[in-house]
Design a protein around this ligand. Structure first.
Ligand code: ARG
Ligand code: ZN
Length: 475
């Protein structure tokens, strides 16, 4: 750093440079923030030039028309001199204010809202952004899809890697985590479910307002909203964390299996804490809206479960998976979407540990099964869990081969180091972001071993590795 500055001062033109520095920057020197945060898989996701610390969403939703309207207040801080900046959003904006003053705005690209404040924003200053908006989320698409699930009695925002565009303006990338207050008014008799802790419920003139708070940093894709008619259950973990679950009143034949699985949330979180360290949040639960989509998602503190996850009967394993993500994915988030293995490989491995715990097959047996059930010419082996590409981000190989990689690691370094890593990693990067390379470095540090070829073989070879690592690990 020091020598770099020196060279610059000695270079021709140094006098001009120092003169410029002495003069306060004029608005003309300010530049627009980048329209993307720099993700290698999704260049337009997130934005440059600022960080958001808090989202305050005050909304109203009418299930009959799928109309969502309200105001988002974002507390941010600039990271560069900004003439303008972007948010990611799809609904219709009627007014934007920056630090109290009306700003001009325009849309561009698939999901960009470009905001030009009246006065340019110097680097390092706090900025309050107020966006008034309304719209019918189900009518909006980006790249030809929607992450808003309209249901017979409401609507749900839940998807990965993008869900926020349909319900609030944001810097939509896991690199920019923030706290949230989500307040949603819905017609009396209907509920609004979100992340974190319920603050209050008030009713006025036919509308009931639900207030939820997430007071720990949360990635934008992990923020969720579900409106509908729900049965709500409450309980506590052994460690005293309140558990709030919500089940659509309309789950039909899946209702019993969903409850028999999700009502074990507290027990499973306590069990996972033995492997991963203390549960990182002060709220917990799960919710099952009457959507037709099939997946589940680790929405922070309160995962989203499709009813289809329970169509064959109870599915405790999916609860283990989504709760494992509270540490692996939510507490420690990907730095870029190419790092998805540090979410899915570990959540799958947690399911294998649960299977072992339940006496339904050891992690080694499940690893052997995955290895044996995909012949060498299976396309499964062409997906690299360490860099699957955006089109294969949620390919089964990221999960199953990703967990196989962890079994290989466990066999290479022994149980003592392996389980020390599983517990140490969430603490090391708590509330932050990390890469696959960070994980390798951490595993090498804890184990004292060089793991380059093991990671290369299991995460980056586009072909079936030779026989899995020996089981007689050196401890
Ligand atoms: N992270 C989610 C899980 O726990 C995957 C979500 C996949 N998204 C999707 N649109 N299919 O498995
Ligand atoms: Zn997952």
């Amino acid at each position: 750093m020091e020598s770099h500055v020196h060279r610059r001062l000695l270079a021709p033109g140094a006098l001009a440079v120092s003169l410029l520095l002495a003069i306060p920057a004029s608005a003309a020197d300010y530049e627009p923030g980048a329209p993307g945060i720099g993700d290698s898989y999704y260049p337009a996701y997130g934005n440059g030039g600022y960080n958001v610390s808090h989202y305050d969403l005050r909304l109203r939703y009418q299930p009959a028309t799928d109309k969502l309207e309200g105001t988002a207040t974002l507390l941010a801080r600039t990271t560069q001199d900004l003439s303008r900046f972007n948010l990611d959003f799809l609904l219709d904006v009627s007014e934007v204010r920056v630090n109290g003053t009306k700003a001009s705005f325009a849309t561009s690209g698939e999901h960009e809202l470009e905001i030009t404040p009246k006065t340019p924003l110097p680097k390092g200053t706090p900025v309050t952004i107020v966006v008034r908006y309304s719209g019918v989320p189900s009518s909006k698409q980006a790249y030809g899809f929607t992450s808003w699930h309209r249901t017979p009695d409401g609507g749900v925002a839940a998807n990965e890697p993008e869900a926020a565009w349909w319900w609030f303006p944001s810097n939509d990338h896991p690199l920019d985590k923030a706290t949230y207050d989500v307040s949603v008014a819905v017609p009396d008799g209907t509920q609004a479910i979100s992340n974190g802790t319920p603050q209050s419920v008030t009713s006025r003139k036919g509308w009931t307002r639900f207030n939820w708070r997430s007071d720990k940093p949360q990635a934008t894709y992990l923020a969720t909203l579900a409106v509908g008619k729900f049965d709500v259950t409450t309980g506590y973990t052994e460690s005293g964390i309140p558990v709030i679950n919500a089940y659509s009143e309309d789950l039909g034949d899946n209702a019993g299996a969903a409850r028999a699985s999700i009502e074990r949330t507290g027990e499973i979180a306590d069990w996972l804490a033995e492997y991963f360290g203390p549960y990182p949040y002060n709220a917990l639960g799960g919710y099952v809206p009457n959507v037709t989509t099939g997946y589940a998602l680790e929405t922070q503190t309160r995962p989203f479960y499709s009813p289809r996850q329970f169509a064959q009967g109870p599915n405790v394993s999916v609860v283990v998976h989504e709760l494992a993500h509270q540490w692996y994915g939510d507490l420690v988030s990907v730095a870029g979407w190419k790092d998805i293995w540090i979410n899915e490989g570990f959540a799958r491995y947690a399911q294998w540990l649960w299977s072992e715990h339940e006496g339904e097959g050891t992690a080694q047996e499940l690893a052997d099964h995955v290895y044996a059930s995909h012949p060498a010419d299976d396309a499964f082996w062409t997906v690299k869990p360490g860099d699957p590409g955006p089109e294969n981000q949620f390919d089964i190989a990221v999960y199953d081969r990703g967990a196989l990689a962890l079994q290989a690691l466990r066999n290479e370094i022994g149980d003592k180091a392996f389980f020390a890593i599983l517990k140490g990693w969430p603490a090391k990067y708590a509330h932050g972001n990390a890469t696959v390379a960070d994980f390798r470095a951490y595993a090498e540090q804890v184990s004292g071993r060089s793991l380059g070829s093991l990671f290369e073989t299991w995460l980056y070879e586009p072909s079936k590795p030779g026989a899995p690592a020996a089981r007689d690990a050196k401890v």
